[in-house]
Design a protein around this ligand. Structure first.
Ligand SMILES: Nc1nc2c(c(=O)[nH]1)N[C@H]1C(S)=C(S)[C@@H](COP(=O)(O)O)O[C@H]1N2
Ligand SMILES: [Mo]
Length: 256
């Protein structure tokens, strides 16, 4: 990056935060009740997110740790098993007939067995998982890099997000799901993990396959992934906010 573009970028950041500050100073209860003001706030949040994405996309690998820093105990959180009979029968046969489906806005919809996933370009990384509940744990993950896999199925030009559909229901009729944008999808540390701490991914941690999207909070890291759907918008999926927890008020972009 040249000094010139560095200056431009700083100027851009300053202008954006000045605009954000002015909005905050203008805030009061009555204003925040007004639909127009809420709309402006919504846009400001969008702008902040865009700035963060802009900065992040130009640097930042998530920090990686050494073997000696691995957590002795890694908490299993949220769903730690999947109740339904077809999942339980897959557990019994070691997921021999399990397949990951990839569809939606892709040129070549496909499905992959675990063996096929294991033959794809992989990455191993020791990272810290941060849950919004306030705990963290360091684990070692190995999985297929999502970027090359997406290149092989071919995204259609209107694809903007990937939705991860999971096997578990956190509450009746509401399967867990998550979504990420293409910046995170093609990030080198974004993997579909099948091993954890050098073992086949155990059931409590999302067997047979879970997403690792290392620059975001734990709830983005969908476990028990059954299907990846490329979409132009996630407004028609679940509650329309891009994820199970997002439908219950969490931020869609959970950058750390
Ligand atoms: N399918 C599914 N994925 C999920 C969850 C879940 O309940 N179901 N919980 C999320 C939350 S809040 C966290 S912190 C992590 C927990 O992952 P872990 O069990 O490996 O610690 O999984 C995330 N992915
Ligand atoms: Mo979490």
């Amino acid at each position: 990056m040249s000094a010139q573009s560095g200056l431009n970028r700083r100027g851009f950041l300053t202008r954006i935060s000045a605009a954000g500050g002015a909005l905050l100073l203008g805030g009061c209860d009555q204003l925040s009740q007004s639909p127009t003001f809420r709309d402006i706030l919504g846009k400001a949040e969008g702008a902040t997110q865009r700035v963060q994405r802009f900065v992040l996309s130009h640097r930042s690998m998530a920090r990686e740790f050494s073997e000696s820093e691995l957590s002795k105990h890694f908490k299993a959180n949220g769903s730690i098993n999947v109740e339904d009979a077809s999942y339980q029968s897959m557990v019994r046969d070691g997921f021999a007939n399990w397949r990951l489906k990839i569809d939606g806005l892709v040129e070549r919809p496909t499905s992959l067995s675990l063996d096929e996933l294991r033959r794809l370009p992989s990455r191993t990384q020791i990272t810290r998982h941060d849950c919004v509940e306030g705990w963290s744990a360091i684990g070692k993950w190995k999985g297929a890099q999502l970027g090359p896999l997406l290149q092989s199925v071919g995204l259609k030009p209107n694809a903007r997000y990937l939705v991860f559909h999971c096997a578990d229901m956190m509450s009746p009729g509401a399967p867990y799901y998550e979504s990420i944008d293409l910046i995170d999808a093609f990030h080198p540390q974004t993997i579909l993990a099948y091993d954890m701490n050098e073992q086949t991914l155990p059931v409590p941690y999302g067997a047979p396959l879970r997403l690792r999207v290392e620059r975001q909070l734990g709830y983005k890291m969908a476990k028990y992934v059954m299907r990846i759907e490329a979409v132009a918008s996630f407004s028609a999926i679940g509650g329309g906010n891009g994820g199970f927890w997002e439908d219950r008020g969490y931020e869609w972009y959970a950058g750390i």
